[in-house]
Design a binder for this molecule. Sequence first.
Ligand code: NZQ
Ligand code: ZN
Length: 388
Amino acid sequence: MKNFTYQNGTKIIFGKDTELQVGSLLKEYTNKVLFHYGGGSIKKTGLYDKVVRSLREAGIDFVELPGVKPNPRVSLVRKGIEICRKNNIDFILAVGGGSVIDSSKAIAAGVNYNGDVWDLFLGTPIKHNCLKVATILTIPAAGSETSSGTVITNEEGLYKRSTGHPKLRPIFSIMNPELTFTLPKYQTSCGIADMFAHIMERYFTNEANVDLTDRLCEGTMKAIIENALRLNNNPKDYNARAEIMLAGMVAHNGSLGMGRIEDWASHDIEHELSGIYDIAHGAGLSIVFPAWMKFVYKRNINRFAQFANRVFNIDININNLEETALAGITALENFFTEIGLPTRLSHVNIDDSHIEEMANKLVAHREHAGNFIEIRANEASQILKLAL
Ligand code: NZQ
Ligand code: ZN
């Protein structure tokens, strides 16, 4: 097990009607916020009205910035930075999914930075003070509600890049599973693929002696599968929604990666995909991850056989571990298919015309992606071809 430091200070307020506490929770920190949200789902669901009421009751002034798109854009981040500077705002309330939260974190990182915020996504370290962020989560997926990271797309060149700092972890996140009842099935499933991928990025490590986190990862993946299938039958199952929402947070709060070397190649390759094609991140992952697995499993067949056995209950063929490993990858693909997700680029009408471009962009700002096996342009291109 590797040495590690773990700290995650985000306070979680979980359960029915918890969004009604937002004003009183904010009151501890501020009298004024930037109220940041997406394309309008919160107005349709009535959440917007509840938030406004709670803010007013608590005497919290707010400036609104709607319009965050999935795969959030740096242009809106720049606009948010200007608004915060002009209005002396030092706290951002993000109401929505990973895109809204990430846009909020990017604004929080950019306000006191003396330069263009995009620099922070190209390697300039975050040494300055950041604004505070709090969230009301409406889709379990990205795990941004407790993570230190943010992922933003630059319209110029369609680069999707991430940055992070512990200072960007939300101060608190409100998580009411009932708020996720309105999610279309496809969005629910994309979120499920994303959280599952967050666990696999940690699970597929070459680090030995990580039994506890192996078991935590496997248990969380099993709970996700079970409850995703329950939601397939009944999207209004509160308890299944609650399990999935909790799993999305556990998957990415850092605890499952303790003592491990994490991978993240599939995520980095997916970011090139959603950067260019603007597809949902989770759908990109349900395509890229199985292809990555097929490309790398020989590096550690035991680990892939363990995954097949412990997560998908596939009997280990002691005489042919490769067969067990491959059966695990097929089981994962079948699970994604069962919840309505694509597992090939052709399922989302993407052909091979931009594969080399994506592979080259992957290493435009880094030496290589991944750790389980180092992925450079050549390997990325082979993985994307396996995904066709
Ligand atoms: O914009 P609105 O109208 O709100 O609609 C959203 C959006 O269209 C809709 N939605 C959200 N909650 C809803 C709802 N519709 C009905 N009812 C609700 N309760 O869902 C759509 C998708 O929202 P989005 O925020 O884009 O989804 P998600 O949470 O999956 O976030 C994806 C982004 O997070 C990044 C991804 O790259 C992607 O850009 N990630 C961020 C990470 C992090 N910060 O730690 C890690 C992840 O690996 C990921 O890369
Ligand atoms: Zn993700």
